[in-house]
Unconditional design. Structure first.
Length: 409
């Protein structure tokens, strides 16, 4: 995205001294590129977009229009999906804490529930007892060991026999069936994907005799990114094609002897992969001061706006200056507006920064706006720049009244 100083200044005067810019066209491209990489190998693949990664309603609606599932993990996200008109059958309800009414609504309206524990199964059994004439289907989130992850706390353990107990319990209930299996791990490397697919195929064969409707292998795919950002991950960053070749090829060969209608649907649950590089964050340089050997550039944004959960990643950025009067470069720390000592958005920048310049951060789309606390300053607006030069507002700048609405004054 190429924006000059004048355009940013104009936006800033209208919307505030910091703002997010969304590129929804890029989101659509990413969605199609990821999905096509998989469907080229295994046509029966679908996307379930991870709402928690970035639930800007425009993005969620795009997913719905493209035929994807809404992958939600809370009442809040489920309500958003329903309010946006997502058909309940296109909702995948994941997560370790699902509230009773949400479980009940999901079951009765035909959403997919991926059960996370034996206790959750008990709740489901209690609920469906009252609906003996109706048939219900559930998915089960499987927990197993993979390399480079000490422990995953989600799902039903395969290794300790809980999955067997789970299946036995379900078998005793006439109107309940396990229709598919799910897993998700935070690891993003190809080896971990090889391992998880191998294990899921083993589970499908051993416990279900390959008679299942879906295999959902979760998310965890890296997004498109610059070489500068890739270097910071200290490992290879696979492409969408690499992931598809690893995952979809294995699924394809495992079910190649079955007719199309008998093959399970393969579900992938991208969040970061399709949203990370679709958002930008712009903040103004408020002050510059010298402390020891560093110049500190304090800006009208914070680490909490762009990477609240990561201490180590410095997202790529550009300085957008009006003029470069000085030729003397310096070493800068780019600091956030909060009172937290460690609030730096960049730990070392060598160049020229002046008060009034703008800093334009890239790849800020995942786990940013959804994790930004109302700490010190309210959150910034989200806008989208349209082709005809107009601006669409997707989220207004938060005001004091929004934050204190739920408190008793
Ligand atoms: C069950 C599940 N699916 C999908 C995702 C999305 O993961 P990512 O943003 O890494 O692609 C997550 C993230 O935690 C998850 O827990």
């Amino acid at each position: 995205m190429n924006l000059n100083f004048e355009k940013i200044k104009m936006i800033s005067q209208e919307y505030g001294d910091s703002f997010y810019i969304l590129d929804s066209e890029k989101f659509i491209k990413n969605y199609n590129k990821l999905l096509n990489s998989f469907t080229n190998i295994y046509p029966k693949t679908s996307v379930g977009y991870s709402y928690k990664t970035n639930y800007i309603p425009k993005l969620c609606s795009i997913v719905n229009n493209l035929g994807g599932y809404a992958e939600v993990v809370s009442q809040m996200e489920r309500e958003l999906a329903l309010n946006l008109g997502v058909n309940p059958s296109k909702i995948i309800f994941n997560g370790p804490y699902k509230q009773y009414n949400d479980i009940k609504d999901s079951l009765l309206s035909g959403s997919r529930i991926h059960v996370d524990s034996l206790s959750e199964l008990d709740v489901i059994i209690q609920i469906i007892k009252k609906y003996k004439d109706q048939k219900f289907k559930i998915g089960v989130r499987c927990n197993f060991e993979i390399s480079n992850l000490k422990i995953s706390r989600f799902g039903i353990s395969v290794e300790n026999g809980d999955l067997t107990s789970f299946i036995k319990k379900v078998d005793k209930i006439d109107n309940l069936k396990i229709s598919g299996i799910h897993c998700h791990f935070p690891n993003r490397d190809l080896i971990s994907f090889q391992e998880r697919v191998d294990k899921m195929l083993e589970i499908s064969q051993k416990y279900f005799n390959n008679d299942i409707e879906f295999i959902d292998i979760g998310g965890g795919f890296f997004s498109n990114m610059s070489d500068e950002l890739k270097k910071q991950f200290g490992s290879d960053v696979p492409s969408f094609k690499d992931y598809a070749e690893t995952v979809a090829s294995k699924i394809n060969s495992a079910f190649s002897s079955l007719d199309e209608y008998q093959r399970p649907e393969l579900i992938i649950e991208p969040g970061s992969a399709i949203v990370a590089d679709t958002m930008f964050f712009v903040a103004e340089v408020i002050s510059i001061k010298q402390i020891n050997k560093y110049k500190i550039a304090t800006i009208s944004g914070s680490k909490f706006n762009i990477t609240p959960q990561s201490e180590s990643i410095n997202l790529p950025f550009k300085i957008i200056s009006k003029t470069n009067v000085s030729k003397n470069t310096n070493k800068y720390l780019i600091a956030g507006y909060t009172c937290i000592e460690s609030d730096y958005l960049s730990n070392e920048y060598v160049g020229i920064i002046k008060e009034g310049d703008y800093i334009f951060f890239e790849n800020v789309g995942s786990y940013s706006i959804v994790l930004k606390p109302p700490f010190i300053h309210t959150n910034s607006p989200v806008i989208e720049l349209k082709q005809d030069n107009t601006i669409e507002i997707l989220k207004i700048k938060e005001e004091t009244k929004h934050i204190f609405k739920t408190y008793k004054l």
